[in-house]
Design a protein around this ligand. Sequence first.
Ligand SMILES: Cc1cc2nc3c(=O)[nH]c(=O)nc-3n(C[C@H](O)[C@H](O)[C@H](O)COP(=O)(O)O)c2cc1C
Length: 416
Amino acid sequence: MTTAEGRSVRWAELRPLLKPRRPQLGPTERLARAATIADLRAIARRRTPRAVFDYADGAAEREIGLRRAREAFERVELVPVALHDVSAVDPSTTILGRRSELPLAFAPTGFTRLFHPDGERAVGRVAERVGIPTALSTAGTTTIEALAEAAAGAPKWFQVYVQPDRRATGELVRRAQAAGYDALVLTVDVPVAGLRLRDVRHGLVFPPALTARTLAGIARHPSWWLGVLTTEPLRFASLEHAPTTVADLAERMFDPALAEADLAWLRELWQGPLVVKGILTADDARRVVDLGADAVVVSSHGGRQLDLAPTPLEALPSIVEAVGDRAEVHLDSGILTGADVVAAAALGARACLVGRAYCYGLMAGGERGVLRAAEILRSEVVRTMALMGATSVDELGPERVRIRQPPPGRRPATGG
Ligand SMILES: Cc1cc2nc3c(=O)[nH]c(=O)nc-3n(C[C@H](O)[C@H](O)[C@H](O)COP(=O)(O)O)c2cc1C
């Protein structure tokens, strides 16, 4: 080889420029190299059987709602303020009366140990370390008491599905109270199970069974299977009877008869903040706050229930206005970056919940992967605030956000 000046290049000169390629990265390096939640998602996709990845990644029916939720965040413009000292940015806030180091919480997810055997315990420990709340689902794979023990210092919320068996539901609520949970989250957008076509096509069953198809997958994902087969069996930790089929599970877990009276009943039963998750209109927000909710989560369940539901970010401003100071407004569905969190906070969300963001981390590398997800989101929140010229969450207001309209022809059919 010769240079432009015609001088020939010696190997000794080139060698320092050519970094030796390492064939295989260790888990710590792999996670450290993930710079975004999208990177963690890519690792998760490689490291878990496709049916497991798709259970988290997928959404309902045509997955239009999830796409719209994410696309709404892509239309956000954040308005900077120049010449404002941002040498100290503090992203902390108060969520449901407790300090949180970020306007962020880990959303409840069902069957979390499917992603990694450490499941909810890992998520809870990271929440404690990072200083944000974590929520345990009724469809969780760790008991109420075990999570309380694993993450004693984290603010903990118990997410309740009102089951047809009200006695069993009441018992779970009492156990959460006895174990010192800070808040009860009633999910109201699952009167019946949504249809997630990826799960149907994979023939996903709970718990995952060793069928011919899954056996074939063992060779490709040995460490995932080793985790499942060598740790405590995967089960719905809060259900009294193990469901026999997916239909049986839905019948036991969800009640199509869920109504206002159930919210009133839980309000009586639960001493502490009560959150209603799955609200998408100002009228519903007003109604549940009148019935005693301390917070609403503006959420389309990550697009996993009613596919063509309104887009949460677009619904947020009218709900913030309707609720005023009477309750906190939280938001989830489609959040993948710290900028998304900042945008929602500026539009009035006291907290953002993330589901998939930490599930990808869990699949990518267990507890370390969840921590990496939290670190990524934290650094993105802080950097975004600094670039906007905001040193505290209080300085973020609706005047700092514009939402561009989609180009004609691509206008979503739903609105806030
Ligand atoms: C794998 C998975 C399981 C979930 N299970 C529950 C659940 O049991 N209860 C519930 O209220 N929400 C559940 N959700 C919804 C989340 O709480 C949250 O609303 C949603 O994940 C937010 O969207 P995001 O995943 O785009 O962040 C689940 C979400 C995922 C991804």
